[in-house]
Design a protein around this ligand. Structure first.
Ligand code: NDP
Length: 277
């Protein structure tokens, strides 16, 4: 029988690809995001779309209530919605940083808290949290984004042991570089904010290198991550973490086995090469 699955960030990239493939697998899928018009294909494929801003508790309450009233259960929650705030710490306001945490952590947490009692009563459920290789490794000018994903890793690990006895699994997905809208959102205002600051030259070079990289088609397709999510959903004994996508395994390997010093050398030499400093 198909599982009832609620997935956030379903209007684009990883979330959309996952939603469409889960529908193909026979599951009852509810995609949630702000841009409802971008989820028409999910509805056409037989799924459901819900307008939800993860920053709005009312939207979250309404979304979960709708799924429960229509299906009476939620088997899987995929917490995927998120974005990357890039730039020098000095140039990013605390309000912008708080928003990054509100979307990537607190919105996700509010939704999860809303779903837990239901899964606890069902005595089963899977909470799949979209982290990143960036939840374990770091890159220049990504302080706030990495802070949210590092936080998500710790939060999810604690939640896993808290919910284990209730039959609920908490799973982390750690993708590498995936071709989605993420990169456009990430670079939005990054350079603008740096103009006239000591970071301007570096950030302009970084933006150019990022654009060139994506223009060359570098990055794994979202389906790479979809496959990991489907594996986690179908497994009776899922792993705590699933890793995949461009650079993820080698980056995590270098950091784990060679340490921070070697990792920083490796990442900075790559950045230098890419930005031709
Ligand atoms: P996209 O930008 O393509 O998709 C992001 C999704 O998040 C959209 O559906 C967007 O929907 C949703 N979203 C953003 N803000 C909000 C909000 N306030 N309320 C509700 N939904 C929101 O990026 P990806 O598919 O790449 O990103 C999905 C996840 O994967 C993110 O958590 C990201 O951190 C993670 N990730 C991505 C990687 C990559 O290289 N692409 C690598 C590692 C992790 P809408 O705008 O319609 O609300």
């Amino acid at each position: 029988m198909g599982k009832v699955i609620l997935i956030t960030g379903a209007s684009s990239g990883i979330g959309k690809d996952t939603a469409l493939n889960l529908i193909k697998e026979g599951h009852i899928v509810y995609g949630a995001a702000r841009r409802i018009s971008k989820m028409k294909d999910i509805v056409e494929a037989g799924g459901h779309s819900i307008k939800m801003d993860i920053l709005s508790n009312e939207d979250i309450d309404r979304a979960v209530d709708q799924v429960i009233s229509e299906q009476n259960r939620i088997d899987v929650l995929v917490n995927n919605a998120g974005y990357g705030l890039w730039g020098a710490v000095e140039t990013i306001s605390i309000d912008e940083a708080k928003r990054q945490f509100d979307v990537n952590i607190f919105g996700l947490a509010y939704l999860t808290k809303k779903v837990i009692p239901l899964m606890r009563n069902q005595k089963s459920g899977k909470i799949i949290n979209m982290s990143s290789m960036g939840g374990k490794v770091y890159t220049p000018f990504g302080a706030w984004y990495h802070a949210t994903k590092y936080a998500l890793e710790g939060w999810s690990d604690c939640l896993r042991i808290e919910l284990k006895d209730f039959g609920i699994d908490v799973i982390l997905i750690e993708p590498g570089v995936i071709k989605t809208e993420f990169q456009d959102v990430m670079m939005d205002s990054t350079v603008e904010r740096s103009i006239g600051t000591p970071y301007e030259k570096k950030l302009k070079a970084l933006e150019k290198a990022t654009q060139e990289m994506y223009a060359r088609g570098i990055g794994s397709p979202p389906s790479t991550v979809t496959k990991l999510i489907i594996k986690a959903i179908n497994s009776h004994n899922p792993k705590r973490r699933y890793v995949g996508g461009l650079f993820a395994k080698p980056m995590l390997f270098i950091k784990k086995w060679f340490g921070d010093k070697m990792y920083e050398k490796a990442i900075m030499s790559q950045i230098k090469k890419a930005t031709k400093e």
